[in-house]
Design a protein around this ligand. Sequence first.
Ligand SMILES: *[C@@H]1O[C@H](CO)[C@@H](O)[C@H](O)[C@H]1NC(C)=O
Ligand SMILES: *[C@@H]1O[C@H](CO)[C@@H](O)[C@H](O)[C@H]1NC(C)=O
Length: 334
Amino acid sequence: MPSPPPPLLLLLLLLGVAAEALEPITVGIAIGAASALTGYLSSPRFYCAFLECCPGDKDRPNGTALKLNLDEKLFGQHLAKEVILKAVTGFANNPNPKKPLTLSLHGWAGTGKNFVSQIVADNVHKGGLKSKYVHLFLSTLHFPHDHQIKLYKDQLQKWIRGNVSACAKSVFIFDEMDKLHPGLIDAIKPFLDYYEQIDGISYRKAIFIFLSNAGGDLITKVTLDFWKNGRAREEIQLKDLEPVLSIGVFNNKHSGLWHSSLIDRNLIDYFVPFLPLEYKHVKMCIRAEIQARGNPLDESIVEKVADEMTFFPKDERIFSDKGCKTVQTKLDFH
Ligand SMILES: *[C@@H]1O[C@H](CO)[C@@H](O)[C@H](O)[C@H]1NC(C)=O
Ligand SMILES: *[C@@H]1O[C@H](CO)[C@@H](O)[C@H](O)[C@H]1NC(C)=O
């Protein structure tokens, strides 16, 4: 139960003044009205409408809204859409999860990984990324110095423990996972496991999202093979990618460290692949951005911005180098 908000004090004070100045009957009415108001003001419903509260057991993300969000904002990622929707709604509707939800998002820059973590955050917590229950860590920003690893480790464990004990449904997002020191992976690992409790705290309702470029080259290769064989991109199934992804990432010297230890123990629930984006998807991003800014849609500008992006492989020029990443700055220019 949250503590009563300050307006209550004011109300009680007024009541005191009224009691001195008015007739008994009026005072009686005033007291009745005030106590009704007091009940409402100190109820979680009122309180949480203004100040953010940790979602309770009955507060679940709205699956329809999540799907709508993904449909409207994420382009060219039929697999990611499907996996995220299933993972998040499944987890939210499970009253008794055996471990926290752990999602590992893979793909090249600009393909929508950050976008998806933002959408998930928005749907679990009212404040989205700004919520006090959503925590974003960037390896190069938050944990830049290798020699301070011990400090980071203690700090990170303390943060996770502190935040989950304040709100069981906390969301932790780790960006640039491939640059995260293996020592920090070890620090997070116990929280991801199948423990009922650690020192009296259960981590089973929390969500951990890991973002990395690892596996991006393999995902591109599979996507390119489909294209070369004249097959639709939407025909790519998870099973075409999942083994490639986990084995490929597993064996990659630069990203294998973190992955091997998490995969070994089956601590990652879902691998979410992000495919490289084509010209038409880049145009969709541009249109969405123009509309989000409340500007009228002008196809000539859409085309101009899209044509400024660079595409690979050198000969075929199918996929955007930076996905949709530079769309915003390029659009500022026009
Ligand atoms: C879920 O979201 C949809 C679409 O935004 C909305 O129409 C519906 O009322 C929401 N349901 C609940 C229970 O909030
Ligand atoms: C929660 O995490 C943030 C970092 O995102 C940290 O600054 C804060 O101290 C943590 N809160 C607790 C209670 O540990």
